[in-house]
Design a binder for this molecule. Sequence first.
Ligand code: MEV
Length: 324
Amino acid sequence: MISYNGHISYASAPAKIILFGEHFVVYEKPAILASIDKRVHIIVIKNDNENSIIINDRIFGKKYYPISVFADLERFSNDIYFPLLYTIKKNSAFKSNVGLEFTINSDIPYGMGLGSSAALSVATVACLSNIFKAIKKEKILELAIEAEKLVHKNSSGADCIVTTYGGLLLYQKKSFRKLESKRELSLFLIPTGIKHSTGELVDFVKKFKSSNLDNFHKLANASENITKRAIRAIKDGNEIMLGDLMNENQILLEKIGVSNLIIDKIIGLCYKYQALGSKITGAGGGGCVLALIKAEIKNSFMRNMEKEGFQCIPVELETDGLIY
Ligand code: MEV
């Protein structure tokens, strides 16, 4: 626990990638996720002589909320910090006669499918737990998922799980287990430059499902099958197989309508420059493409993609998850 006299506390949580199974995980199919070495860091200072909530964020600037905000929080449901304010209100030990000042420093790009909002929710709940009343990781996770559901009510909870526990993991129906990869995977993120709203994309897929029930059922089963084969490929360190499975997974995501022209273009370039596999990671509709590359061609792949005008960010997996 990182807290000083109960007045200052720090927490940090990582970004994530989804290797297999996004969207179908909302309908209880398995997914494989990993936490990566980009983090949100939060410091909270409790100020007994103030009674306002101050949020300093490098990207979104400084915002003040009077403590009276909690009397009718629903009015702020479109505010960017609604989930954060909600987690404060839900903290059983929070009293309305204290002020809180948050400093948020994040190197997780926002709206790019890397789980920035889940990491922020988990780190916020953990920080508040340090300052008011210590709660266990499982409870932190539960509250963070509740806050995520304010942003998109059909959240599978997968993003919150991976940012809390860290590592490479298989997730299904609210439970997970860690996976070991036999070899280091050379993965790259290629940003489309288009920000997306996970909630809107999850709603879009929900509508697709209700008007294509049989088809969706088949696609969801195919996703499950791909994810199961991917578990074996990860264990065996079979990156050729893993790449093929990523390509198969991408086709399913195209079929449910979450790809777009720019994603298709990047995927085409990944084929051209000999990626073993490439796919959307996260909700799609923009965000990032994830590509698996043979280690030997890493540099030439990056050069070629950059020549085509696309940034290539090497992915480092991490195993710490939530630090608090
Ligand atoms: C978003 O990172 C992953 C989705 O599957 C939504 C969810 O699992 O809540 C698209």
